[in-house]
Design a protein around this ligand. Structure first.
Ligand SMILES: C[S@@+](CC[C@H](N)C(=O)[O-])C[C@H]1O[C@@H](n2cnc3c(N)ncnc32)[C@H](O)[C@@H]1O
Length: 391
């Protein structure tokens, strides 16, 4: 099976969350990626080794950067095994290296992704064993090479995963946290609003502070990979071997573009314990000069004059009874009307029933997924001196 010949013009795939594809394409355009093509939950582009480093470090709406190496048809376990074994793995791995395989299934042929990862691993190690009587080890945490299999219907796509851990793991958060919104989604929401990075931004139900921190990173032009010390590509030895000096040059150039002039970014949170967590995260992200948080009920939150933007992720109701939830959404609408004149107020929810209780007419509704939950990201424009927006 033919593999990659021109490493200066690699086909690359950035994976993302449904609804953020166009934003990701725009981000790729900005960093100089070529041949950008929007796919479902992904964007395809071309670039060289430096582009792999740059995209991992700087893209806010990417979950992973993959380097596709092969594609073949599968109908059963045997054809999967044979397809994987037909790839010349010596181009990517030495017998002394280690590997890990992640499988994503969207097919009726197979049901267990872990089993498929095992099968694919067998095919790779058998190829080495037959030649050298030795085999690469499996290392699920820090392998030399992380391989990504995506089986869609009868097509198996094989790619090298240059990211390692998903890029939403920025490295600024204490991971033993509550149930925060995914960082990639939080950044995507901020970008979807078209915020100018000048007006005040408020999340009055900020939880652990993810939306506020991502907004601060955007406003200050801090790359999302600023805090991360490890990427998959840093372990590569044979194919596109890691060049620390190239990464350092790209990192230094990104850091040099950080700006210090930033707008007011404010948060409120009802729970004392959660407010404390949010403050810790803000410190870990080193944005405490930009973001300030108060323990406060949304209805009592002191809103500064001059307008701005609200982005919030209220509870969707999994842990609340229906009456309380309807009451909560009603109070959100009432508070927008009373206190947020001159603001564009955005909220994300999966609960369309509860959303009706906000009682305002949205000017936009953007479909987006929060994990498995289909959500709407909804905008209410709170004009001064008019009641037009009220239903
Ligand atoms: C879905 S969570 C937000 C998660 C957040 N986006 C994050 O990344 O951690 C909703 C938060 O709203 C808070 N909350 C609920 N009712 C509130 C109210 N009336 N005023 C302020 N915060 C409230 C909850 O304590 C919870 O932390």
């Amino acid at each position: 099976m033919s593999t990659i010949s021109d490493v200066s013009s690699l086909t690359l795939i950035a994976k993302t969350i449904f609804g953020l594809e166009e934003l990701l394409a725009a981000e790729l355009q900005k960093i100089g990626a070529r041949d950008i093509e929007v796919l479902n939950r992904a964007v395809m582009f071309t670039g060289d080794k430096g582009m792999i480093y740059k995209s991992n470090l700087t893209l806010r709406t990417a979950l992973r950067i993959l380097v596709p190496i092969a594609k073949f048809e599968v109908s059963n376990e045997q054809s999967l095994y044979e397809g994987i074994k037909a790839i010349n793995w010596e181009e990517y791995l030495d017998v002394t290296d280690s590997l890990a395989i992640d499988t994503v299934l969207s097919t009726d042929i197979f049901t267990h992704s872990q089993f498929i990862s095992q099968k694919a691993k067998d095919a790779i190690v058998d190829q080495f064993r037959e030649k050298y009587d030795k085999r690469p080890d499996v290392d699920l945490d820090r392998p030399t090479l992380r391989i990504n299999l995506h089986i869609h219907d009868t097509t198996c796509s094989v790619a090298l995963d240059s990211s390692g851990d998903s890029l939403h793991k920025r490295g600024y958060r204490d991971q033993t946290n509550l149930a925060p919104i995914n960082e990639v989604l939080a950044a995507g929401l901020v970008l979807l609003t078209g915020w100018d990075c000048k007006k005040t931004l408020i999340d009055p139900m900020c939880g652990s502070g993810t939306i506020l921190i991502e907004a601060a990173l955007i406003a200050a032009n801090i790359p999302p990979g600023y805090y991360r010390v490890d990427y998959g590509f840093m372990h590569w030895k044979k194919f596109l071997p890691y060049e620390e000096s190239l990464y350092q040059t790209i990192y230094d150039a990104a850091i040099a573009r950080i700006i210090s002039e930033t707008p007011n970014i404010l948060g409120g949170e009802l729970s004392h314990h959660v407010t404390r967590k949010a403050k810790e995260n803000i410190k870990l992200a080193r944005v405490e000069d930009i973001v300030s948080i108060r323990e406060s009920d949304m209805v009592d939150f002191e809103v500064p004059e001059g307008g701005g933007i609200v982005i919030m992720n209220p509870p969707y109701g999994e842990r609340m009874d229906k009456d309380n939830l309807e009451e909560l959404y009603k109070s959100i609408g009432d508070t927008f009307k009373k206190k947020y004149t001159g603001f564009d107020c955005w909220l994300i929810t999966s609960n369309m029933q509860a959303l009706k209780f906000v009682g305002l007419r949205p000017s936009r509704k953007i479909p987006v997924f929060n994990g498995p939950l289909e959500c709407r990201f909804v905008k209410y424009q709170m004009y001064a001196g008019t009641k037009k927006y009220i239903k």
